[in-house]
Design a protein around this ligand. Structure first.
Ligand code: FMN
Length: 206
């Protein structure tokens, strides 16, 4: 039986290609259809960060892969119903392109369609530090309905290594897009003790 759920994974040339790979693994296990778009910038970062077989691994996990230049792909139209789109990682270039609706390339066009159809769009925007232009683009896409979710580590979660961080980041982003990753997503359960400042303690005893 095939799943009726469909997700677009846009991979742009920011650092963090491993997050996209992990998302594709999770979505494949969930039998969610995976429509993958890889930008030219991402071709370089995938090779640099995942090694020479990284590109092949991504291709093998895609249900369908559309070239960035293919503006005739089904995902370029709102009439082709998708459940969500994630751009992971999202470069500042792709972020700006989405923010200003330049429609340049399929990734940006698919994101534009996702926004106009009011479907979840999660952008794992990665750059540091950020200048005003980056922040303005983030504000703009947020006002348009996208969710900017930078891949920052949850330091409280007791992560063991980089692979653990990648798994948690991918699972969290999918959950943000409304897809239950059905993996061990570590959530903050609350502290058992409250830290009271010494100053406050002093005023209580007075
Ligand atoms: C190894 C490497 C890491 C990069 N990391 C980032 C990054 O974290 N964020 C970013 O905005 N650009 C980063 N870049 C630059 C982008 O790849 C470049 O701006 C590219 O044109 C983005 O275009 P795209 O969005 O079409 O992929 C990186 C480039 C390289 C080679």
């Amino acid at each position: 039986m095939t799943s009726s759920r469909r997700v677009i994974i846009g991979i742009s040339g920011a650092s963090g290609a491993a997050i996209a790979l992990e998302m594709l693994r999770v979505l494949a296990a969930l039998q969610v259809e995976r429509y993958v778009i890889v930008t030219r910038g991402a071709e370089h970062t995938i090779n640099h960060e995942l090694g020479p077989d990284g590109r092949e691994q991504i291709g093998a996990l895609a249900t369908v892969e559309h070239p960035q230049s293919d503006l005739f792909a089904p995902v370029a139209s709102g009439s082709y119903v998708m459940d969500a789109m994630l751009v992971a990682p999202c470069s500042m270039r792709s972020l700006a392109s989405i923010a200003y609706g330049t429609g340049e390339g399929l990734l940006c066009r698919a994101a534009d369609v996702t926004l106009k159809e009011r479907r979840p769009l999660v952008l794992l925007a990665r750059e540091a530090p950020l200048h005003e232009g980056h922040l303005e683009a983030m504000l703009k896409v947020t006002r348009m309905g996208a969710i900017v979710s930078p891949p920052v580590p949850p330091f409280y979660a007791g992560l063991t290594d980089l692979d653990d961080l990648v798994r948690q980041t991918a699972a969290r982003a999918l959950a943000t897009a409304g897809i239950d990753p059905q993996t061990n997503l570590r959530r903050w359960q609350g502290a058992t003790e409250q830290v009271v400042s010494p100053l406050l303690k002093g005023s209580e005893s007075a």
